[in-house]
Write a protein that binds this ligand. Structure first.
Ligand SMILES: [Zn+2]
Length: 205
């Protein structure tokens, strides 16, 4: 049997953690999240610097993974601007609120999604891969990075040892002494045939 007092304390402990993390990311310069919060002017209202008053306004966490979400992303932690959301929803919001500037216009990813038809998630993945803003939004032509010139293709072009079709191996393959077959399938077929021929020769002698 669980004592009622014990349950209550664990719940409050969870809420205390939420509260202290909020204070930390808004006030502690050494906090990893500070640049996204305190660093950009997001603060905790005076009232909520007091845990008891915060508890009075927000109550217990409504579910275990509940996190604080600011309704207006540019305003701070204060009564009326904060609600409980799941961790997952919070992550989704954070991705969508990610700001991106292109051609002098700064918008959040949801707005860019509405404008370009490219999903906010896709845009963010592209940014993280090092694409420029324009490329990520499909508004600037993206130059394929590893595109070979005609000359390079001719220099590296060779015919497959198994099927004979001509193909262009990657530099990495050539350096490893590979690049003799157009596909893995041909490489396997070649290996099998060679073994089979050896076995047959062995039997014949
Ligand atoms: Zn082949």
């Amino acid at each position: 049997m669980i004592e009622e007092g014990k349950v209550k304390r664990t719940e409050v402990m969870g809420l205390y953690k939420v509260w202290s993390s909020m204070i930390q990311r808004c006030t502690n310069h050494r906090n990893a999240k500070y640049p996204e919060y305190g660093g950009r002017g997001i603060s905790v209202c005076d009232r909520w610097m007091d845990f008891d008053l915060f508890y009075l306004d927000m109550g217990d966490k409504p579910f275990p993974d509940a996190q604080l979400d600011r309704i207006n992303n540019d305003k701070g932690y204060e009564p009326g601007n904060v609600r409980w959301v799941s961790r997952k929803e919070n992550q989704r919001n954070r991705r969508a609120n990610h700001q991106l500037t292109f051609n002098g216009a700064t918008k959040c990813l949801v707005e860019w999604e509405e404008e370009t038809g490219i999903k906010a998630n896709t845009i963010l993945t592209r940014i993280r891969r090092g694409w420029t803003a324009g490329e990520s939004l499909g508004l600037a032509h993206r130059e394929p990075k590893n595109k070979l010139t005609e000359q390079e293709i001719q220099q590296r072009s060779r015919s497959c040892q198994e099927c004979g079709i001509s193909f262009t191996p990657r530099i990495g393959q050539i350096k490893k002494g590979k690049g003799k077959f157009c596909t893995t399938k041909c490489a396997l077929a070649y290996g099998l045939r060679l073994r089979w021929e050896r076995e047959r020769a062995g039997k014949a002698s």
